[in-house]
Design a protein around this ligand. Structure first.
Ligand code: FAD
Ligand code: MLT
Ligand code: ZN
Length: 471
């Protein structure tokens, strides 16, 4: 290993090769503090050529590499194991915007760009970069691509995969694959770009990408509405899809329990809807025509929803600051959960036609087998993506509760997901957290095909081993 470290110091400036415990410490634990590991070294390259040189050395010495962006992922994908033999390759210094192509409506950028900086750059040029999530101030585009992140705009603009046109990737041999092309059509055989997106650093290191930009909407209207049950929220979604079609850019559901938790930890984030109803839905419409046009449309749809008794209350944001307040309330649920202590997260998708049955059956089984648990549900209802989270009964230490019940709780949820033909990961990915879950629920043939791909692209198993699939 000493030999390896010595050669590494020839591949990167000494300043950016961290081997002292206190220097490595900030890179060893994830945002939620659920995963921690040890690392032989942390490297902070600033060019694709440097990344390629580092990977070549890793291949030569059979040293495993854990790629890392903002370390905000929920599945332990960017955290090394406890062996102390792996290196962390953090891409934060690769944060250049290479080009904004106005005519092609694309932005070419490096993997270490912070998501919010990309959104801001797009606005500077009069465009929208629609990927948006609570961690946007610290997650990086490479991490977004590696996890195929979702967020709150998926129902209109798709997930990160849908926003990407081209990639630059360092392979397990340390070669640079230059797929930096801004093409909306390219049928030249296998889609390598899509193979790397969502592979969580197990097939290659993403160093740069070409992403799509969109025209900025000229007006957005945001509303919070009260629903009594899940069925109403889904019928309401269908009504908005029918009447607003592509103008519908956000449809987020929050249960009473999730907003109670928010209020407990952030009293300033209390639900403005009277009595904090069983289900609060945050709806956003965006328009390119006129403010008047979208406001009238929103009011007309809400009127129809009231008449059909789908909603019992509604507040329309009267200005930008109020609209931002609604979104902050939605995004603070994750922070409230973090304050409350280690809760068990499930990030699932269910066909909307089965969502009500999923919730009814899973809630009943959960309460029967784990009396007193708190079910903190919220999610991107427009995508059928539910964050079905379990917190221990009040007064029970979360760590002790999880130690005895985590495996059974995950299994209970995943069995119901399978019954409803859903997915055990909608947007957060697999990492180390759902390795067993994926093995059990992906399907045998699909799981074997994934392992075949991993063996073909990374035969020495040096790229983020034991994440997503174990070979
Ligand atoms: P990291 O956590 O550093 O890494 C994630 C995975 O990608 C790891 O497996 C890592 O090895 C790999 N990786 C990182 N960079 C590269 C690279 N350049 N090349 C190859 N592999 C790489 N996620 C959603 O999908 N939707 C949400 O709405 C959402 N909301 C969130 C809100 C909060 C408050 C927080 C803390 C997280 C949220 N997340 C959400 C999860 C997380 O932010 C996303 O998964 C994000 O895409 C991770 O980016 P990152 O840069 O932090 O990646
Ligand atoms: C969200 O939708 O807010 C994120 O996915 C974070 C979470 O699940 O807590
Ligand atoms: Zn989410």
């Amino acid at each position: 290993m000493q030999d390896f470290i010595q050669q590494l110091s020839g591949a990167i400036d000494q300043k950016y090769l961290l081997t002292q415990e206190e220097d490595k410490a900030p890179y060893l634990t994830d945002w939620r503090k659920r995963f921690t590991g040890k690392a032989l070294a942390v490297v902070l390259p600033s060019t694709s050529a440097e990344v390629a040189g580092i990977i070549k050395l890793c291949a030569q010495h059979q040293v495993a590499v854990v790629p890392q962006g903002g370390h905000t992922g929920f599945c332990g994908g960017a955290t090394p194991d406890n062996s102390g033999t792996q290196i962390i390759l953090n891409l934060k210094r690769m944060n250049r915007i290479r080009e904004v192509d106005v005519a092609n409506q694309t932005i070419t950028l490096e993997a270490g760009c912070i998501l919010q900086a990309v959104q801001d750059k797009a606005v500077e040029h009069g465009f929208l970069f629609p990927l948006s999530l609570g961690a946007e101030g610290s997650c990086m585009i490479g991490g977004n691509l590696a996890t195929n992140a979702g967020g709150t705009n998926v129902l209109r603009y798709g997930n990160t995969r849908d926003l990407c046109l081209g990639l630059e990737v360092i392979t397990a041999k340390g070669e640079i694959w230059n797929g930096i092309k801004g093409l909306r059509k390219d049928n030249t055989g296998y889609d390598l770009r899509d193979l790397f997106i969502g592979s969580e650093g197990t097939l290659g290191i993403i160093t740069a990408a070409v992403m799509k930009l969109y025209p900025l909407p000229i007006s957005q209207w945001t509303t919070l509405v009260a629903c009594e049950n899940v069925a109403s929220t889904i019928t309401l979604l269908n009504l908005f899809q029918k009447r607003a079609s592509a103008l519908l850019t956000g449809f987020e559901m929050m249960t009473r329990e999730s907003l109670d938790l928010n209020e407990k930890h952030f009293p300033q984030m209390a639900n403005p809807l009277k009595g904090n109803p069983p289900y609060t839905v945050l709806i956003e419409l965006s328009d390119h025509e006129s403010e008047e046009h979208v406001r009238q449309l929103l009011e007309a749809i809400l009127e129809e929803a009231f008449e059909a008794q789908l909603i019992s209350d509604a507040v329309i944001a009267s200005n930008l600051s109020q609209a931002n307040g609604f979104w902050h309330m939605r995004e603070h649920i994750t922070l409230a959960q973090a304050q409350e202590g280690a809760n068990l997260k499930h990030d699932i998708t269910i066909p909307l036609s089965s969502l009500e049955s999923f919730i009814q059956v899973t809630d009943a089984l959960m309460r029967d087998r784990f009396p007193g648990v708190r079910i903190i549900n919220f999610g991107h209802l427009g995508d059928g993506n539910l964050h079905y989270n379990i917190a221990p009964p009040l007064g029970i230490d979360p760590k002790t509760f999880n130690e005895f019940n985590e495996k059974q709780i995950h299994e209970l949820v995943y069995d119901q997901v399978e019954r409803c033909k859903g997915s055990i990961s909608a947007e957060h990915g697999v990492g180390q957290l759902k390795l067993d879950g994926l093995r059990a629920h992906k399907g045998k043939v699909a799981h074997e095909l994934m392992k075949t791909l991993k063996r073909a692209l990374d035969p020495q198993n040096i790229l983020n081993p034991h994440k997503v699939v174990s070979i």
